[in-house]
Design a protein around this ligand. Structure first.
Ligand SMILES: O=C(O)C(=O)C[C@@H](O)[C@H](O)[C@H](O)COP(=O)(O)O
Length: 374
C-alpha cells in the first residue's frame, strides 16, 4: 500500500484526519465509538466499485443506502426523503453517516448529518479529484430553485478517507472538473512576477501547464497525486485560518460566482463551469484579452468543452442570489496585481450591472474566438 500523505487539520479543537492513500478503504479505522454507521453511496460509484465498497461495509457492519448520482441528489425532496428514512430507522445521536461518492454526495450527506437530531457525525469517503476540495473544510448543503448550494451548513467531518484508487475509473468530464479546482488552488498560491504576468509566468502555474497539456496527462494518477496533495494543502491553509468564511476563505470561491450560475443553468460538471467562471473573473479583475486567450488555448488543449451561453440577464438573476453578496450589488472574488506587490492580491469587490454586463460581453467574445465560433 502506497501512502501519499496524512494530514491533521489544525483547528483549536475537534480536528479531523485526512487520509490520502491508495486503497485507504482497506486500512483499519476505529469506528467502535459509533452506535451504528450508515453509508450513503452514489449509485454510479457503487456500481463501479461494488466489491471494494461491500468489503468495507462488511468489515464494519455498515448499512448501505444508495442515493442518486451526483448533483441530482442535492434537492429538498431527497433531503426530506433521506432524513425521514433515517429517522424511520431510528437513527441515534451517536450514529455516523459515511458519504461515499463525489463532492455532491459529500455535500448532501454532510447536510443530512448536520440537520438530523441537530447534528450527528459524518465521515467523507471522496471518490473524485474534485473532492480534494469539496471534502475538506466542512461546507455541506443542497441546491434551491434559486441557485446552487443556497441551503447548507458548516459541519466538520470526523474523518476524510481519500482512497485515490477510486480515481482510476473517472471519466473525462470528471477528470476535467476536478482538475479545475487544482488550477484554482495554483492561482490562489500565485507568485507572479509583475513584469512577467503577460506571459502567464508563475512557478507553480508554469509547472502545472508543463505537466498537463493534453487530456491523457490528466489520466496519469502518479502525476495527479502531487497536485491533489498541493490542492489539499492550499485548501487547509485557508480553512484553518477562516473556517466559517468571514474573510480569506471567500477567495476559495474564485470563479464560482459565474461558475455556479453556468453550472446551475446548463447542468454542467462543477469544475467545467468554474474554469469558465475563472476566465470571466480574470476579465473582471482587469486582465487583458491576450492573457485570457492564453489560458483558453491551454484549456482547449486539455479538452475543456465550450459552454453554451445565454443572455447576461439570465445569469444576473442567479448572480444576485450569490451568498457572497452583502448589498444589492454583486460581489466577485478578483485577482489583481498591485503596484509594488510580487504576488497577486485576492479580494472581494462589488460590481454594478453595467460593468458586469460589459465584462460578460468581452468574455463571450474571447470564448467564441478561442473555440473558433463565428
Ligand atoms: O471551500 C470553499 O470555501 C470553497 O468555496 C470551495 C469551492 O471550490 C467549492 O466548490 C465550494 O463547495 C463552493 O461553496 P459555496 O459556498 O460557493 O457554495
Amino acid at each position: 500500500m502506497k501512502l501519499i500523505t496524512n494530514y491533521q487539520v489544525d483547528h483549536k479543537a475537534k480536528n479531523y484526519e485526512i487520509i490520502v492513500t491508495e486503497n485507504a478503504l482497506e486500512q483499519e479505522y476505529d469506528l467502535s465509538h459509533y452506535h451504528k454507521c450508515f453509508a450513503l453511496i452514489d449509485t454510479y460509484v457503487y456500481r463501479l466499485h461494488k466489491a471494494k465498497i461491500d468489503a468495507f461495509m462488511k468489515r464494519y457492519d455498515i448499512e448501505k443506502v444508495l442515493i442518486p448520482s451526483g448533483e441530482a441528489v442535492k434537492t429538498m425532496h431527497h433531503f426530506s426523503t433521506m432524513t425521514e428514512l433515517l429517522l424511520e430507522k431510528n437513527i441515534k445521536r451517536n450514529d455516523c453517516l459515511i458519504a461515499i461518492g463525489g463532492g455532491a454526495t459529500g455535500d448532501f450527506t454532510g447536510y443530512v448529518a448536520a440537520s438530523l437530531l441537530r447534528g450527528i457525525s459524518f465521515i467523507q469517503v471522496p471518490t473524485t479529484i474534485l473532492a480534494h476540495d469539496a471534502a475538506i473544510g466542512g461546507k455541506t448543503g443542497i441546491n434551491s430553485k434559486h441557485g446552487k448550494n443556497l441551503i447548507g451548513a458548516f459541519k466538520r467531518p470526523d474523518r476524510v478517507i481519500y482512497d485515490i484508487s477510486f480515481l482510476n475509473t473517472l471519466n473525462d468530464a470528471e477528470l476535467l472538473s476536478g482538475f479545475a479546482e487544482i488550477v484554482k488552488h495554483v492561482l490562489l498560491n500565485g507568485n507572479y512576477k509583475v513584469n512577467q504576468i503577460s506571459d502567464i509566468v508563475n512557478d507553480d502555474l508554469s509547472r502545472l501547464m508543463q505537466a498537463f497539456n493534453k487530456l491523457d496527462d490528466l489520466k496519469d494518477m502518479n502525476k495527479m497525486q502531487t497536485w491533489i496533495t498541493y490542492g489539499i494543502q492550499t485548501k487547509l491553509n485557508v480553512v484553518e485560518r477562516d473556517e466559517l468564511e468571514s474573510g480569506v476563505r471567500k477567495y476559495l470561491n474564485f470563479g464560482h460566482t459565474l461558475g455556479h450560475a453556468l453550472e446551475f443553468s446548463h447542468k454542467l460538471p462543477h469544475g467545467i463551469a468554474v474554469i469558465h467562471g475563472m476566465m470571466y473573473a480574470l476579465i473582471l479583475s482587469g486582465y487583458e484579452e491576450n492573457i485570457i486567450e492564453k489560458f483558453y488555448h491551454w484549456l482547449i488543449q486539455l479538452g475543456y468543452p465550450e459552454v453554451e451561453v445565454k443572455s447576461f440577464e439570465h445569469y444576473y438573476a442567479l448572480l444576485s442570489k450569490d451568498k457572497k453578496n452583502e448589498t444589492d450589488s454583486i460581489s466577485f472574488v478578483v485577482m489583481e496585481q498591485r503596484q509594488g506587490h510580487l504576488e497577486n492580491v485576492f479580494y472581494l469587490k462589488s460590481f454594478e450591472y453595467g460593468t458586469l454586463k460589459k465584462s460578460f460581453e468581452r468574455w463571450v467574445t474571447v470564448l467564441r474566438s478561442c473555440y473558433g465560433e463565428k
